[in-house]
Design a protein around this ligand. Structure first.
Ligand code: GLN
Ligand code: ZN
Length: 759
């Protein structure tokens, strides 16, 4: 069935339609930058060659954008590690501990730490899975600018792209708002940075630059209005440099800042029309006739082709308000992989509706052409046709649909309350000791998995080898004296991929890399259809492990919210619906594990917190369905079955009630890195279920001593009631070596024994 749509636009008077981008992937189509960086770090590649490779990748991206027909190309966001770090360095925001170094050595020390000097803190860039290095500004820092590297790039881009090159600059307001300020006042430091920025703008103008993009995404955060006066001051000064100022926002709508942002003395304002309700704000308040609207209509963060009708009618609505438009992606394209055309192993109908950076450029261009009245009927109809073919390839699964429609409150509710059921669950020593699930993934284990994947070893041999790993792991845990054991997760490359590969509705790319941080790139699975479990996924490993020991072994699963948050979701149904579908699949697995005899089942949700929306007023909606998805996955078990969960990097203070509402019997958390802050938050929030506050940091190779661990346990006991406390490391042990893991856990068990004796 093919829909007949007509896209006819009458060219309007005084209309200006220009295509633009706000940033591009910079890791290299074949991950060239990662490879170069890592060889540079191993001293196998000279610094000039590293820079050469980064430059080639950057210039290839410029060429691609220009050839596709982008008229204003955002430039200057290529980076050796992180563009926020680049701006910190350019502005001389160098904390004292890095002053001993210089040049590249200092840059990478700030990024990764060096010789006992800890790196800058790293955190998520808004609600993306990209992580930036948090600028640290202390009273002893005096900003001094050195923009030479940026100026060089701008010059190069002008040679390459001429007038199309538009430098991307991170606004001082966003930079400061995301910084850690210690002993300094926001306004003071802003006053020091502002002249440096103005100098830069003047320098750019002297080079012949006409327009600059100033990226100010903090405008979409709920509390941005308190910075109004600062925004007015900064943009007034920027405007006085004589450059065209393009203020760029993304990731959500402007909310209550909309009316005053429109009044800022800038030439262009970019809004994200794929998230939040900028469209309503635009219709309600209008748009200044003397400004250009950067219409972010092509989603820079999903990997799906446009739905032509939706985008064109969105643009049509926008045009009823203003006719001076940039047509562009909603954000930088760094959040999507390079090129869907490389994914030749995917089924054709799916492959055809994927859109990565290169395809999104084409979508920008075709949308622009449509608006200016060019005939794009054929191209648009072709996209519609591909969607029709995809719909046939991936039809609605009636069974899961009906299941979701018929859910009742009982499906989300354990049959007994925590206090009533806990007495019926397995009895364990005071301060039970356990781990988070994974044990070292040695090179032998990784080799086995890849041999199996390539078909070099038979399924039987693979299974035997995996069983040998499990057996070794169980034996070691018994020798260490842990109370609750795990099978070790040797069969899993990744806690989401492992499940995605066994569930219907997930696809995996070959080259779909996106930067997580520095040289770490990830390939998120794609959820493309209804998620259905077709067979047990973990029961065999659980059963084998349990058959080897009298001690209880925990079943080990990844939770629905984490699976969703670490994948590229579908765009045709809500995230809630996708989470519920996954929850049902996990629930079926939970049921099978229970039938197989599991007394304890852990459902990990490390990505639970990171799914929180940017605007606080939207938190309750997310928390409501995310908690319910976890409950749906776990509530069906008998009262005797103990449900565990695990979360890392979590600050709980503000969502502790929601964590309690998960209704897990036991939660294990990251705590030692936050210096017991998480533990205190949990106690202050009145959390009443059992909790394993991670007693040592698994991210460090250092082996914690019995004394340190005893101290850590005592802090736990003095903060929370004894019956609530479990003893475990911070997180899974897969990245550590056995030589580190065994003594660390032995010390943990020894410390527990000591503390048990004392109480
Ligand atoms: N069970 C997982 C493991 O131990 C949990 C990993 C995580 O929290 N990210 O590896
Ligand atoms: Zn963890």
């Amino acid at each position: 069935m093919q829909c007949q749509v007509s896209y006819s636009f009458v060219l309007r008077k005084n209309m200006s339609i220009i295509t633009a981008t706000l940033g591009y992937p910079r890791i290299g189509k074949r991950r060239e930058v990662k490879k170069a960086l890592e060889s540079f770090w191993r001293n196998e590649l000279p610094s000039e060659e590293l820079l050469q490779i980064v430059q080639e990748v950057e210039e290839a991206s410029w060429t691609k954008q220009a050839e596709t027909g982008i008229e204003q190309i955002g430039i200057g966001d290529a980076t050796l590690y992180d563009q926020i770090l680049d701006w910190s360095v350019r502005l001389g925001l160098i904390p004292a501990r890095f002053q001993q170094f210089s040049g590249k050595e200092r840059y990478f020390a700030m990024a990764r730490g060096k010789d006992g000097v800890p790196a800058l803190e790293m955190t998520k860039w808004f609600d993306t899975n990209y992580h930036y290095l948090v600028p640290e500004i202390t009273a002893d820092i005096t900003p001094i600018a050195d923009f030479s590297d940026f100026i060089t790039v701008v010059k190069r881009s002008i040679t390459h792209l001429g007038k199309k090159a538009v430098p991307i600059i991170i606004s001082p307001l966003t930079l400061l708002q995301l910084s850690r300020l210690e002993g300094v006042v926001f306004e003071d430091i802003l006053n020091q940075l502002l002249p440096l920025y103005c100098e830069l703008l003047k320098e750019l103008k002297a080079l012949g630059v006409k327009t600059v993009q100033i990226h100010d995404p903090i405008l979409v955060l709920s509390n941005a209005s308190h910075l109004k006066a600062h925004f007015q001051k900064v943009y007034t000064e920027f405007g006085q440099t004589g450059l065209n100022i393009h203020l760029v926002t993304y990731f959500d709508d402007l909310g209550d800042t909309y009316p005053w942002v429109m009044e800022l003395p800038v030439n262009t304002i970019s809004l994200d029309f794929t998230r939040g309700n900028n469209l309503e704000l635009l219709q309600k308040y209008g748009f200044p006739s003397d400004k250009i609207l950067g219409a972010g209509v092509i989603d820079g963060r999903n990997i799906w082709c446009i739905r032509p009708q939706t985008v064109i009618s969105l643009l049509e609505t926008i045009q009823t308000v203003t006719n001076n438009l940039l047509i562009q992606p909603s954000s930088s394209l760094q959040f999507v992989p390079y090129d869907a055309a490389l994914e030749v192993k995917l089924p054709e109908p799916l492959h055809n509706v994927l859109s990565f950076a290169e395809q999104k450029l084409e979508e920008v261009v075709i949308s622009g052409k449509t608006l200016t009245g060019e005939n794009t009927q054929t191209e648009l109809a072709l996209i519609e046709q591909k969607w029709d073919e995809f719909a046939q390839f991936s039809p609605v699964n009636q069974e899961i649909k009906t299941k979701l429609e018929n859910l009742t409150p009982g499906d989300f509710q354990r049959s007994l309350s925590y206090t009533s059921r806990i007495a019926q669950q397995i009895s364990l020593p005071t301060l039970p000791t356990t781990t988070i699930g994974s044990f070292p993934q040695t090179s032998e284990v990784r080799k086995l998995r890849s041999q199996y994947k390539r078909g070099d070893i038979s399924p039987e041999d693979y299974q035997k080898a995996m069983e040998a790993e499990i057996a070794k792991c169980i034996k070691i845990q018994e020798e260490i004296g842990l109370d609750v054991l795990v099978h070790g997760e040797f069969e899993r490359t990744d806690m989401v991929e492992y499940f995605g590969q066994q569930l219907d509705g997930f696809a995996f790319t070959q080259q779909g890399w996106v930067q997580s941080y520095g040289s770490r790139y990830v390939r998120p699975p794609i959820i493309f259809g209804d998620v259905v479990r077709t067979a047990p996924m973990t029961v065999q490993e659980y059963q084998f492990a349990q058959s080897l020991t009298e001690k209880p072994v925990k079943g080990m699963l990844t939770g629905p919210v984490t699976i969703l948050n670490w994948s590229f979701p579908r765009s045709d149904i809500s995230r809630q619906e996708q989470a519920y579908q996954i929850a049902i699949a996990i629930q079926e697995e939970v049921t099978d594990l229970e039938k197989a005899g599991a007394k304890m089942i852990q459902v990990d949700e490390p990505a639970f917190r990171e799914g929180l929306p940017l605007k606080q007023e939207k938190w309750s909606d997310y928390l409501s369905w995310a908690v319910d998805a976890f409950r749906l996955a776990t509530a069906s078990v008998q009262p005797q079955t103990q449900i565990h969960t695990h979360m890392c990097y979590s600050e709980f203070g503000d969502i502790i009630q929601d964590i309690e509402r998960l209704d897990a019997d036991v939660i294990s958390i990251e705590n030692s890195r936050s210096n017991n802050r998480t533990l205190e938050e949990v106690a202050e929030g009145g959390y009443s279920h059992q909790i394993g506050n991670g007693v040592y940091d698994i991210h460090s190779p250092v082996i914690p001593t019995v004394e340190q661990l005893t101290q850590q346990l005592k802090t736990g006991i003095s903060t929370l009631p004894l019956e609530q406390i479990w003893v475990n490391p911070d997180c899974g042990l897969k990245t550590r070596r056995w030589e580190e893991v065994i003594p660390s856990l032995k010390n943990m068990v020894e410390a527990t024994r000591k503390v048990r004796e004392e109480i």
